[in-house]
Design a binder for this molecule. Structure first.
Ligand code: NOJ
Ligand code: CA
Length: 698
């Protein structure tokens, strides 16, 4: 399959447990593959033998638990599903059989935070058989990797049914520390992170990150391959018992199924330290199906600018009028700026009919193929392409998915005709107010992560792919690694981004990105839109400002992975500071390798990434409100090679609040045997480019 080539090694070895590999089975029936008498328990271990999952059925209830090096990391936790009609899958079961397999494969991403992804796991497919009454047998597929495990339910055909409750539990031992945002609230995923004991959490989004008592290990609970199902929130029942809580559909049930179905994978990452969570996050990609779109050469990593921040700081309007941002003149200005500085795209918001008045509630009025009279799409698209730039499209739906779907063919056709290859979508509406029109013509409202929206997103990706268009969704369904299957799903929002610093009251606190790296960003790329250079657009006294230093804005390009990355500020603010702007111009968006080197959740992170197209390495370090010095061994660089390091770091007296602008820019000659010491100011950061010495060119 183009773009997904280079399978280096692959074996899939199915075996019964008579021929045991790294997996053990205990219980009276360890001699056959499918024994109606039942097994007491089944175990599966990771390839390195450290992580162990045990399945059993105490009092007939399917359960699992997990340990790392013998220490319990997930206590006994129930498994099961309940339906609005017919038999539930919760009690009255015995383990009756097992199939085992191992997989080792390296596959290639068309774009990504690393080119080659290794998938090495052991698999157990456990059969749970009902011990009385009608047959309710189901299977649980468990995959155990060195850095986490996932399992999913595989349910045979029982016709049309509605799931009313998934009772999957995650029992957290002891009162761990958790970093989380509340789920089931109006503002979707866009909340300030909370750091609390797990016992103080009520209902949270995933990835839900925690540190077990006594300095770890660290866990992140999330899901992979969310397809035709509703997104999982975590609801705390008795202390430490987190239960899957599926986002409700418009009709109140959680999921409707018809025939045999698989649930998404329920995933627990397990790591000895916080960077280990970042480095182990390929597990979500590995639990998704390979590319089903085929050639996605149009989905190219790219840095872009846009008519966007100006609206958020009230310099322009989305709607028509004297301050309209999406005018021919302004768009040409942005295109010229993009061409001059090497950006490949110009996003334009507010170009189409529907933004006048209260656009948050205008979902019915948006016209996706009709521009305002002062925006000439064909002429501007030509103007851009003549300069080696492309327009980036924008479809704000204000949460009306039927209004969008009614026009989507025409809307994507228009963009395709004019060479637009990337579209940003938006679903601004309160979290339970996504509107659609049912078969009888009635308006219905559902949740942002409910099954109807999950299905809608796949329809959008398929329609976009048919026109060679990639998607950047705002107010999205959370990322669950689907970009492996649909590689035109290039990036998305799904947490508080930069825009909250323009109007968030309060803006994102200085620790925000030092939490994001270990929470939201585990799930995949984020269109955070970094690179604001005028950190106080409303003046020094306004609460809404960007609470970072300027150097930290640069560091975010390395810390936050997104294959399309915005330089979000106004052109004039970059023109005013050309020296630090150089880093934004240089930094790549597509990587050969990425590694989290150091960090602690909520405190700091040091990331290193290697460019896909050259031998350059980049480093980004960000800290929270505390100043700190990081000491980084450079052993990730190629041994024996000399590098010129271009360092952008906070100045001596830099502080996010009182003195955010000074950036010290210096060059040093360094090798893999050196250690780099970087002082980070309060709310600060550092960005470094390592260029092999003597290499010609930029
Ligand atoms: C919210 C998005 O996050 C933001 O980027 C966009 O500008 C507005 N919606 C308008 O679509
Ligand atoms: Ca948003």
């Amino acid at each position: 399959m183009p773009g997904w080539t280079s399978i280096v090694r692959f074996f899939m070895l199915a075996m019964t447990f008579m021929a045991m590999g790294p997996l053990d089975t205990t219980g009276p029936a360890a001699q056959s593959g499918d024994d109606p008498a039942g097994l007491d328990s089944l175990q599966a271990t990771s390839p390195d033998g450290r992580l162990r999952i045990t399945l059993s059925t105490p009092a007939g209830q399917p359960t699992y638990r997990a340990s790392l090096d013998g220490r319990e990391v997930i206590g006994e936790s129930r498994l099961g599903l309940r339906f609005s009609e017919g038999a539930d899958l919760d009690t009255g079961f015995a383990l009756s059989g097992v199939e085992r397999a191992s997989g080792e494969e390296t596959w290639t991403q068309p774009w990504g935070e690393r080119r080659h992804v290794r998938d090495h796991h052991n698999e157990v497919v456990a059969s749970f058989r009902s011990v009385s009454g009608p047959d309710r047998s189901f299977r649980l597929r468990v995959r155990v990797f060195d850095d986490g495990f996932g399992f999913r339910y595989e349910i045979p055909d029982t016709g049309e049914r509605a799931i009313v409750d998934e009772i999957t539990e995650f029992s957290v031992p002891g009162d761990a520390t958790a970093w989380w945002t509340p789920a089931g609230e109006f503002n979707r995923y866009e909340y300030v992170y909370r750091t609390t004991p797990v016992s103080r959490m009520e209902r949270a989004h995933t990835p839900f990150t925690l540190r077990l008592p006594g300095d770890g290990p660290y866990l992140a609970i999330h899901e992979a391959a969310l397809v035709d199902y509703s997104g999982m929130w975590l609801d705390q029942r008795r202390a430490g018992k987190l239960e899957a809580d599926l986002a409700p559909r418009h009709d109140g049930v959680r999921v409707r199924v018809d025939g045999a179905f698989n649930t998404p994978w329920r995933v627990v990452q397990v790591a000895g330290d916080a960077p280990g969570l970042v480095n182990g996050s390929d597990i979500y990609l590995n639990l998704n199906a390979p590319n089903r779109l085929g050639n996605v050469d149009y989905a190219r990593p790219c840095k872009y600018v846009g008519i966007w921040w100006g609206m958020h700081i009230n310099a322009y309007t989305w709607g028509s009028g004297p301050d309209h941002g999406a005018t021919n003149k302004n768009t040409r200005r942005y295109i010229d700026f993009a061409a001059e500085h090497g950006f490949c795209g110009v996003l334009v918001e507010g170009w189409n009919i529907g933004w006048d008045g209260d656009w948050f509630s205008n979902g019915d009025l948006f016209r996706f193929a009709e521009s305002y009279p002062d925006f000439d799409l064909p002429a501007l698209a030509d103007y851009a392409r003549e300069r080696g730039v492309r327009l980036i499209g924008h479809h704000e739906t204000s949460g009306n998915i039927s209004n969008y779907e009614d026009q989507i063919d025409e809307a994507f056709d228009l963009y395709e005709r004019h060479g637009v290859r990337s579209v940003k979508t938006g679903y601004v509406a309160d979290a339970s107010d996504l509107k659609f029109i049912d078969e009888d013509g009635f308006a219905k409202y559902t949740w942002h992560a409910a099954q109807e929206r999950v299905r809608h997103d796949i329809r959008v990706l398929e329609k976009a792919h048919a026109r060679g268009i990639s998607i950047n969704a705002h107010e999205p369904v959370k990322d669950t690694g689907l970009r492996r299957t649909y590689p035109n799903a290039m990036t998305r929002e799904g947490a508080r981004g930069m825009e909250f610093n323009a109007w968030g009251s309060p803006p994102n606190p200085p620790e925000h990105t030092a939490i994001l790296a270990y929470t939201r960003l585990l799930s995949g790329p984020m269109d955070f839109t970094p690179g604001i250079f005028d950190l106080m657009p409303h003046g020094e006294d306004d609460e809404n400002r960007v609470p970072t230093t300027l150097a930290k804005q640069l560091a975010l390009y390395v810390v936050i992975y997104s294959p399309i990355q915005m330089a979000a500020d106004l052109p004039e603010n970059y023109e005013a500071r050309p020296e630090p702007f150089q880093f934004i111009k240089d930094v790549p968006v597509d990587w050969e390798e990425s590694v989290a080197l150091q960090g602690e959740v909520g405190d700091f992170i040091v990331m290193a990434r290697k460019d896909r197209d050259t031998d350059d390495w980049y480093l980004g370090a960000v800290t929270d409100e505390e100043a700190r010095t990081v000491t980084v061994p450079l052993d990730f660089l190629e041994q024996g090679r000399n590098y010129t390091a271009e360092i952008y770091r906070d100045g001596e007296d830099t502080h996010w609040k009182t003195n955010p602008y000074p950036v010290t820019i210096e060059q040093r000659s360094l090798t893999a045997s050196d250690t780099l010491t970087l002082p980070l100011a309060a709310g600060g950061g550092a960005a470094v480019r390592f260029k092999p010495a003597g290499r010609a060119g930029k």
